[in-house]
Design a protein around this ligand. Structure first.
Ligand SMILES: [Zn+2]
Length: 227
């Protein structure tokens, strides 16, 4: 008898900054028994261990150019060939563009594989803004507060030591708004791409963490992907 022949499950997780993607990725890894493949991590790994792919990527970065999609795909496919990916993988932060999505589809198809579903955590702009831009930090004791979810007793003052609270540049509304807009602009064509292939599962990301998980489980069941 040959070894079990089966198709690995490849999932893509989409969600803007503050959409709860990290939390759901952690849970999905355990729930489905799949590893998470993040292109940023792969990149750093290849550059650090000075592989051929890493050195090519480094040359592009050194000259201030974008790393070509073929290189990114090569790193992803190399990752998928390792033993811990034999049942599939959850792609996080990748693909970022329609070009990458097409290249990924082609590379998977060469092995007779395909994307099983794209889980898209939907959170409106205003909610992301509220989640991300309300953080206030104490410069003395490091105490952290949130304007609506965990407000200090007195506005602008630390509950623990009474010193003034400040906002990091990253947490300021204009910076946060820009990050969210960049994500939405970048992701819209990708959502369309997967929607046209009937692979997009829209999940209401404004719900509680547990409710989001129920919704994702429902979507996986619909596609017969439950473990
Ligand atoms: Zn303090």
């Amino acid at each position: 008898m040959p070894d079990t022949i089966f198709t690995p499950t490849y999932l893509i997780l989409l969600g803007g900054p503050g959409a709860g993607k990290g939390t759901q990725a952690q849970w999905l890894m355990v729930y489905l028994g799949l590893v998470r493949v993040a292109s940023g991590d792969l990149f750093r790994e290849h550059v650090r261990s000075r592989t051929e792919l890493g050195q090519s990527a480094q040359r592009y970065m050194d000259s201030g150019e974008l790393v070509p999609d073929e290189l990114t795909i090569a790193m992803v496919m190399d990752r998928l060939s390792r033993a811990d990916c034999r049942y599939g993988a959850i792609f996080d932060g990748f693909p970022r563009t329609v070009g990458q999505a097409e290249a990924l589809d082609c590379a998977l198809a060469e092995h007779g594989w395909r994307i099983a579903t794209v889980i898209d955590l939907q959170v409106p702009f205003a909610t992301l803004m509220e989640r991300l831009s309300g953080r206030w930090i104490c410069s003395v004791c490091g105490g952290t507060f949130h304007a609506t979810m965990n407000p200090p007793r007195e506005v602008g003052r630390c509950d623990f030591c009474g010193n003034a609270l400040y906002q990091r540049t990253d947490d300021k509304p204009e910076t946060v708004a820009n990050r969210i807009q960049v994500y939405m602009r970048q992701t819209a064509p990708l959502e369309l791409y997967y929607q046209q292939r009937d692979l997009l599962d829209l999940i209401d990301g404004t719900q509680s963490v547990a409710a989001v998980q129920v919704a994702i489980r429902g979507a996986l069941t619909q596609r017969r992907l439950h473990p």
